[in-house]
Design a protein around this ligand. Structure first.
Ligand SMILES: *[C@@H]1O[C@H](CO)[C@@H](O)[C@H](O)[C@H]1NC(C)=O
Ligand SMILES: *[C@@H]1O[C@H](CO)[C@@H](O)[C@H](O)[C@H]1NC(C)=O
Ligand SMILES: *[C@@H]1O[C@H](CO)[C@@H](O)[C@H](O)[C@H]1NC(C)=O
Ligand SMILES: *[C@@H]1O[C@H](CO)[C@@H](O)[C@H](O)[C@H]1NC(C)=O
Ligand SMILES: CC(=O)N[C@H]1CO[C@H](CO)[C@@H](O)[C@@H]1O
Length: 549
């Protein structure tokens, strides 16, 4: 009986509160934008503006080239109440794929221009070939319990975003220049949404974290941000950056049955191909499984009169101190690529090739120079050092040694090197994420969460329905959500993640990294300072560095 009354009352209540909600409209110099009202994880209301176009649709002659600023749409209204498309990616048959994907989402609790809240710009992961900043991949509900304006962005992916012929037609880095254009949009318009254009924090994950490091050295990104958070990715690598990726260009041309000798003819043909053809041939662009993981790479651009994103090797810029000196949070998860290691070893074709041709396969998987005498020595050294079984690799082999090797090669060592390079210039807050919750991007064994793999820390900053539900206040994950969102937003506001006045952070004393003590924060069940993260493993890479330089 009681529940029937409540049922009736609740229906009435729901109807009266939801029916006459006034349209939410923000005016900008480009035109008006209409948004919607959503609810945060803990029940606060906030405004969402979805799929706002920040650059022109990069089709036709604009394909593979620098983005062009969006044209004003005044006096029309831009309808930002439903999410925009994602940049073309696998799977092919998704209705969400479209090249008109240079969009961003803005989330804000208070649109009052005088509010001037810190702004966080999220640069999504996905290896420069997948994912997006759309609400289904990067939900704002967790961060919207804090005092920030959140912006999530899309950028061109795969061949459409990174084709680099080393000529004016496709100078490269298009996807990264898209990110720069999104940051310029933030600089010019975010005050209309209650955001402070003079307090912009980049928050990058994986490929987005690699991008964050690149923005620190890019001449195009100077002055567009004030703090950087780099989660599980770094632009420092053992292979030198080149000024083109012609092998990849020719491979793509061949797959689309384009001429593959003159770059002019290749570009003409690739510009005419429907975007679906690039998605269809995606799997075949890799060499073994989905390796190299960093298949589409940023390049150092030659000067054709275009705005250039990268003008020298990032390593050189960091070594010379030629970069934008902002405070930084940077780190990794404990077991980064456990899922990828496991599935690689489950695949007979891959294990067969690893067994037969380790010296050739290892540099493809682990991202160092191929086919040199040094390369062969490195392959052997790594196999021994990480105790990846040197007789037979099979699906029955424990995957942990290979996981450690893959994780350190692609993330751990590049991050560690960057931390050590930056330490003397800026405060670098270094962390390792070890928390094991009930949800994980890797289920093992059986249906249980493996924990602390690539993406797992992101679950406590953004809502990713593919992996985890929206945590409630009574869930065991509530504490880690509160802690990470508070550290990250405290850092966004002040450049220092500590805040002894915050009930969730009162015991935190996260000191910037120091090369002597090699201190870092272990983000687990508790927040604990520790020293010398995986340094014995990483010493092998120091030896390799000494040999090749
Ligand atoms: C925006 O688009 C949606 C979906 O097409 C539509 O339902 C809504 O009425 C539009 N809103 C405005 C303000 O035009
Ligand atoms: C914002 O600040 C200005 C100048 O102090 C003031 O005139 C205006 O009323 C304020 N606007 C709001 C919405 O509070
Ligand atoms: C291994 O390669 C063969 C031949 O290319 C293919 O038919 C098979 O599906 C592959 N197996 C796996 C597990 O990828
Ligand atoms: C490796 O190098 C050797 C000698 O320089 C060369 O003959 C061979 O073609 C190269 N192999 C590959 C796969 O590039
Ligand atoms: C290492 C460090 O920066 N610790 C700081 C933590 O936060 C309090 C203020 O909230 C500072 O006083 C500490 O210096």
């Amino acid at each position: 009986m009681l529940s029937i009354i409540c049922f009736a009352l609740c229906i009435t209540f729901a109807l009266t509160t939801s029916s006459p909600s006034p349209p939410i409209i923000v005016s900008t110099s480009l035109g008006d934008i209409s948004g919607v009202e959503l609810t945060s994880r803990l029940g606060e209301s906030f405004k969402a503006f979805l799929g706002i176009r920040y650059a022109q649709n990069p089709v036709g002659e604009l394909r593979f080239t620098n983005p062009k600023p969006v044209e004003p749409w005044k006096p029309e209204l831009f309808n930002a109440t439903i999410d925009g498309p994602r940049c073309p990616q696998s799977p092919l048959n998704s209705p969400d794929n479209s090249e008109d994907c240079l969009r961003l989402n803005v989330y804000s609790k208070d649109l009052n221009q005088n509010k001037s809240s810190p702004v966080i710009v999220f640069i999504h992961p996905g290896g420069f070939y997948g994912s997006s900043g759309r609400i289904v991949s990067a939900g704002p509900q967790l961060l919207m319990d804090r005092n920030v304006v959140l912006v999530t962005i899309n950028y061109r992916l795969g061949t459409l975003g990174f084709l680099a012929t080393g000529t004016a037609d496709a100078p490269g880095n298009a996807g990264l220049k898209d990110q720069v254009f999104a940051l310029r949009w933030v600089r010019d318009h975010i005050h209309n949404f209650g955001g402070n254009p003079n307090s912009v924090t980049l928050l990058g994950y994986s490929a987005g974290s690699r991008s964050t490091g690149l923005h620190m050295v890019s001449p195009m990104s100077r002055g567009l941000f004030h703090r950087a958070i780099a989660m599980s990715g770094s632009p420092i690598q053992l292979v030198k950056y080149t000024d083109d990726q012609l092998n990849l260009v020719r491979k793509q041309a061949k797959l689309l049955k384009c001429p593959s000798d003159s770059t002019k003819d290749i570009i003409k043909c690739l510009k005419e191909a429907p975007f679906e053809d690039f998605v269809k041939t995606f799997d075949n662009m890799f060499e073994i499984g989905y390796h190299p993981m960093l298949n589409w790479s940023p390049v150092i651009e030659k000067d054709f009169g275009q705005e250039r994103f990268l003008t020298e090797d990032p390593l050189t810029s960091f070594e010379k101190g030629n970069f934008q000196k902002t405070p930084m949070i940077i780190g990794r998860t404990k077991d980064e690529f456990a899922r990828i290691a496991y599935y690689n070893l489950q695949n007979e074709n891959i294990t067969e090739q690893m067994n037969k041709h380790w010296n050739e396969i290892a540099p493809i998987m682990l991202n160092y120079d191929r086919n040199s005498s040094a390369s062969k020595e490195i392959s052997t050294l790594l196999r021994v050092a990480y105790q990846v079984d040197n007789k037979v690799i099979a699906n029955s082999t424990p995957f942990e040694p290979f996981e450690k090797l893959l994780s350190d090669a692609i993330i751990g060592f590049p991050v560690y090197r960057l931390v050590n390079l930056l330490e003397k210039h800026i405060p670098v807050y270094y962390y390792c994420f070890t928390y094991k919750g009930r949800y994980s991007d890797f289920k093992y064994p059986g249906d249980s969460a493996y924990g602390a793999v690539h993406h797992d820390d992101l679950l406590y900053l953004l809502h990713i329905p593919r992996i985890a539900p929206l945590f409630s206040k009574t869930d065991p994950e509530n504490k880690i959500v509160e802690r990470i969102t508070r550290m990250w937003t405290q850092f966004a506001e002040t450049g220092n993640p500590n805040n002894s006045k915050d009930e969730y952070l009162k015991n935190l004393n996260w000191k910037p990294y120091n090369i002597e003590s090699e201190n870092y924060l272990d983000i687990g069940d508790e927040l604990l300072m520790d020293e010398q993260l995986f340094v014995r493993r990483l010493a092998t890479w120091e030896i390799i560095l000494g040999e090749i330089s």
